[in-house]
Write a new protein. Sequence first.
Length: 221
Amino acid sequence: MSITPESVKQLLSSEDLGDRLRAVNQIRELEPTIGFELIQSAIGDRNARVRYSAVSQMDTLGGQDLQLSLDILRDRLLNDPEPDVQAASADCLGALKLRDAFEDLRQVYQTTNEWILKFSIIATLGELGDPRSFELLKEALSSENDLVITAAISSFGELGDIQAIPILAPYATNPDWQIRYRLVQSLTNLGGEDAKSVLETLANDEVDAVSSEAKKSLNLL
């Protein structure tokens, strides 16, 4: 049976959860303009799994109308009762580089207790590319969650502000090798002599994955 806008619309209105989940997946097979229209219905679904699957497609479909996408994703970020849906909204706001949402992202980061949401916000700030993210990323480095710290280190690298290098340098001796590995990648993105100096230290790291990556990076700088 071929997938058409009509068949997907019918599944989206089904009482059966499986039908609605299948419909959201089938939206990927439709033209983006049609998919964008249909996905909006799924984003308002009563079931969190459907909303999550729908919101997660906004990074590819949202370009059809950035202002409307901003409104939709901000609403889900601020008002959805499911943290996974809020987190997916944050991911897409960054992917679409919707910088007008920065203050909302900061507000939610500073008020939520959900680690997955905190992680998604910090991880997406690098893609968002807003210079205002610098201070929030510094704040995230004080998190008690190593995954949030790792995300902050990575986002600093994507943000591209070399003022981050002295802030990141102490993590070259962090006991978690995965944090040191992510630091290598971040410093490579930032570049410059200060980054190179820290990478020279990391090139002697006791963990092969870290030292090898640092040596490779030094050859590029």
